[in-house]
Design a protein around this ligand. Structure first.
Ligand SMILES: NC(=O)c1ccc[n+]([C@@H]2O[C@H](COP(=O)([O-])OP(=O)(O)OC[C@H]3O[C@@H](n4cnc5c(N)ncnc54)[C@H](O)[C@@H]3O)[C@@H](O)[C@H]2O)c1
Length: 154
C-alpha cells in the first residue's frame, strides 16, 4: 500500500505517528508517590506516566487513576505510592500497528494511552489526542484530494 492509500484509509502506522510526534517516554518508578507523579505529569504536560521497575514497564499511572483511586477514596497523594495505584494490565501496540487499530483498541478497552513496545523495549507512547490529530489530518488530506479531483479531473 502506498503512503497516499494508507492516509486515505487511516492506515498509517504507529511508527509513522512516532516519527511525527516524537519518541519520548515519560516514566516513573513504582515507589514514587502519587504527588511526585502528578508533579512530573504537570512538568511534562502529559496525562499518564509509564511505570518502570528494573528497566521493565510494569504499569501505567494516569490522571484517571489519581482521580478514582486517590481523591475519591479519600487518600493522600503524598502518602500513597504509584505501585498501589497504577494499572498493571498494560495494553500495548507495536510500530507496525495502524492508526485504525489504535482507535479500535482505545475504544474497545476504554484507554487513552498506548505504550509502543518493540522487542520488549518501550519505543514511545500514543495518546488518544495523537490518534484524533492523525484522523483530522487525514480528513483534511482527503478533502483536498477530492477538491483537486473535482476542479482538475485528476
Ligand atoms: N495538537 C497535537 O498534535 C496534539 C496531540 C496530542 C494531544 N493534544 C492535546 O493535548 C491534550 C491532551 O491530550 P491527550 O488526552 O491525548 O493526552 P496527554 O495529555 O497525555 O497527551 C499529550 C501528548 O503527550 C504525549 N504523552 C502522553 N503521555 C506520555 C508519556 N508518558 N510519555 C511520552 N509522551 C506522552 C501524547 O502522546 C501526546 O502527544 C488535548 O487537549 C489534545 O487535544 C494535541
Amino acid at each position: 500500500m502506498t503512503p497516499w492509500e494508507r492516509r486515505c484509509m487511516d492506515m498509517q502506522t504507529v511508527e509513522e505517528m512516532l516519527k511525527a510526534k516524537g519518541r519520548d517516554v515519560w516514566a516513573i518508578g513504582p515507589d514514587a508517590t502519587a504527588y511526585e507523579a502528578l508533579e512530573m505529569m504537570a512538568e511534562k504536560n502529559v496525562g499518564a506516566l509509564i511505570v518502570i521497575e528494573e528497566g521493565r514497564p510494569v504499569g501505567i499511572f494516569s490522571e484517571r487513576d489519581y482521580a478514582r483511586k486517590v481523591i475519591l477514596k479519600g487518600k493522600s497523594s503524598k502518602d500513597t505510592r504509584v505501585r498501589d495505584l497504577m494499572t498493571e494490565d498494560l495494553v500495548c501496540v507495536i510500530p507496525n500497528d495502524t492508526v485504525r487499530e489504535c482507535m479500535a483498541l482505545m475504544t474497545a478497552r476504554k484507554l487513552r494511552h498506548l505504550p509502543v513496545i518493540e522487542g520488549g523495549r518501550l519505543r514511545g507512547v500514543i495518546s488518544i489526542g495523537d490518534v484524533v490529530n492523525e484522523v483530522i489530518m487525514n480528513q483534511d488530506f482527503k478533502i483536498q484530494e477530492m477538491e483537486k479531483y473535482i476542479l482538475t479531473g485528476h
